[in-house]
Design a protein around this ligand. Structure first.
Ligand code: CP
Length: 308
């Protein structure tokens, strides 16, 4: 009942297994098969201490498609407002009979901290600047869907690497799967530490994007930055933003990814975001399938085996 704390802890074979099951679930969703039973009788809590549209709602749908009961917990309107600690909040919910905790928190390491206190699978739905494992899994699934493999692909991750849990999980994940990962952006937002995870660093977006198979923009994490923003959003858009000129330097069949939400006309121009190379909508769709796969593998009854 370890849970999913980060891509860092997954073996390549485990990633492959999750992707395979997710493709199976995507097919179920496509055929409108949304009343499965792998999680029948189970209850999960969506414990979100930070805002979310994609992750929270797709975890809810994923759990419901598999037959689970779902508690959607946000700090607003809860006893967190009266000072209840995270540990006491989770202990209280555990006493109600839940089977897994899905947590998003602004503090890095929170899912790992929780694991010390509860004997249930904990799924990291994004912790501070640390990891966002299900986002990386759905990104890998999206690329796999279009390219058929991840091996030897050139992946260019552009932007606010320093504050991005998405960048870190993707860097680790794509590298484990045999892709070459380049990260680029302003020097203020691209830490040398990215090399530790196998990244090739550049401060020149055009250089990083050249001949890339996949270009991934990242949201400027304004809420995690100090007061003085270097570059400003205007400067960022001008020198590091992804527009059609930049994207045309990549391979003709390049895939454009972004985890969302997008600051339009900052990280991406609307032209490329809504253009034919954009896979942003498909990423969101795949998010439901990935989360179904993760939930089934952690607490389910192995629907895949039965269906096969
Ligand atoms: N990509 C992502 O985590 O989006 P949300 O913050 O909307 O969940």
């Amino acid at each position: 009942n370890y849970g999913l704390l980060g891509i860092e802890h997954l073996e390549r074979e485990e990633i492959e297994k999750i992707l395979e099951l997710a493709f199976f679930y995507k097919d179920c969703i496509r055929k409108n098969i949304k009343k499965l039973s792998a999680l029948k009788g189970k209850s999960v809590v969506n414990l979100f201490y930070e805002p979310s549209t994609r992750t929270k709602n797709s975890f809810e749908l994923a759990a419901k498609y598999l037959g689970a009961n779902v508690i959607n917990f946000t700090t607003q309107g809860s006893s967190v407002q009266k000072g209840e600690t995270l540990k006491d909040t989770v202990s209280t919910l555990t006493a109600m009979g839940i089977d897994a905790v899905i947590i998003r928190h602004n503090v890095s390491g929170t899912p790992m901290y929780l694991k010390k206190y509860i004997n249930l699978p904990v799924i990291n739905a994004g912790d501070g600047m640390h990891e966002h494992p299900t986002q990386a899994l759905l990104d890998m699934m999206t690329v796999m869907e279009y390219k058929g493999t991840l091996k030897d692909l050139k992946i260019a991750i552009i932007g606010d690497i320093a504050h991005s849990r998405v960048a870190k999980s993707n860097l680790i994940g794509f590298s484990k799967m045999g892709a070459k990962v380049f990260v680029a952006g302003p020097s203020t937002l691209v830490p040398e530490a990215a090399k530790k995870f196998g990244a090739i660093i550049s401060y020149n977006v055009k250089e990083a994007v050249k001949e890339a198979d996949v270009v991934m923009g990242l949201r400027l994490q304004l809420e995690r930055q100090k007061k003085n923003l270097f570059p400003s959003t205007g400067e960022y858009a001008k020198y590091y933003g992804i527009n059609s000129t930049v994207l045309n330097l990549a391979k003709p069949n390049v895939l454009l990814l972004h985890p969302g939400p997008v600051n339009r006309e900052v990280e991406l121009t609307s032209e490329v975001m809504d253009g034919e190379k954009s896979c942003i909508g498909e990423q969101v769709t795949n998010g439901v399938a990935i989360r179904m796969a993760v939930l089934n593998l952690l607490i389910g009854g192995n629907e895949y085996e039965k269906a096969v």
